[in-house]
Design a protein around this ligand. Sequence first.
Ligand code: MV4
Length: 451
Amino acid sequence: MFQRVLVANRGEIALRVIRACRDLGIETAVVFSEADRGAPYLALADQAICIGPGPAVDSYLKIDRLIAAAEIAQADAIHPGFGFLSENSKFAHIVRECGFEFIGPSEQSMDAVGNKDKAKQLAKKAKVPIVPGSDGLLANEEEAIRFAKQVGFPVLIKAAAGGGGRGMRVARDEAELVKGFSQAKIEAEAAFKDGSVYLEKYIEQPRHIEVQLLADKHGNVVHLFERDCSLQRRHQKLVEESAAPNLPDKVRNAICDAAVRMAKAAEYYNAGTCEFLLDKDHNFYFIEVNARIQVEHPVTELVTGIDLIKQQIRIAAGEELGFRQRDIQHRGCAIECRINAEDPAKDFRPSAGTITRWQVPGGPGVRLDTHVVPGYRVPPNYDSMVAKLLVFQPTRAEALATMRRALREFVVEGIQTTIPLHQQIFNTQAFIEGKVDTSFIERTFLYPQGK
Ligand code: MV4
């Protein structure tokens, strides 16, 4: 096992990794930028190393400085957390070349699943359903029209180099397709310096279902069931839960099995997530693999009792998984609310500043993952997430009640947060009934008169 881990991240996830290491008896060195200097979570590591100025490009994204920090700390391994360099295969490669273990997948599988086209080919090979569409890139608009007629309108034009919902455009008929095709190419060229586009059947108001995976370096792969992450706003998740509500067991098992096949096809190891779209008829389609630990991983920890960060570290150290698929039980219902320093009344504008009051919820069934303490100053440089509020109860109805109670207990002053939005969500009938899809938030709160 490792003796010392370098935590190459900040905020809540840095603290989460520091805690897992402490539980495992592993020492930690955590990096920080000048904007995070003095942040209270840094004191919970054994060592904190400044790696540069506030802007992430000059600190958390600077590979040479992270390697230098690992050398100074004499770390055995580097945990990248999420965001920043966590899915950068070049970083993983350099980390390993420099003699440290990268706590994540191999560079090869990161590259395989990181490329959308390659990932789709892998899915096909593994008999994992993919959205019907053009096999590869579209050469011209005639080809686009041919594929659109084949799969049927509406279709979605996607930029090959896009991601996270960037560079997507719906076309409902041939005229929209012709117009959309050239515009999508121009936009993709401008945004990604790569104008290649492909086409898929457009799945209307899908649910976003993802499957948590763990795989060791010895070929053992297990799933830890699904999370429903349909509640999003502009591709930023707001609420995640497990089990996915109103999902028949048969569909659920089929999705989880497909995710395992995908991981095996990619010779994947460490923690990962396989994402799917689920349509109204419960057809599911692979969309992408996230080759990292995700923000919402605690949802799965609560329903399975498995500490995913500990598992990541053990896997990276070469250990075999200590359990098989049949040993993993899903119990109860867990729900997470992302509490962001944003002002829902001002189009979710980031709300940086000093948190003057921070009174946190607790009690039975509540978990709060946060690096924030009263008096903490939210720096303007980074992601605005300040806490993840989770509840865990035997049934979804009880989990909803506990979340309402916890949101009520949570008092934050000095900055604006997404807490009031969450309170509205948990009092909305469709959500209470588990009738969720990826357009729920926009439909319910932003354009209530819309389609
Ligand atoms: C789609 C889709 C409908 N049809 N593909 C958005 C992010 C990217 N990873 C995939 N995305 C979508 N792809 C087809 N063929 C709808 C979305 C989508 C979405 C997906 C997951 C979660 C939230 C979403 C919100 C809007 C659109």
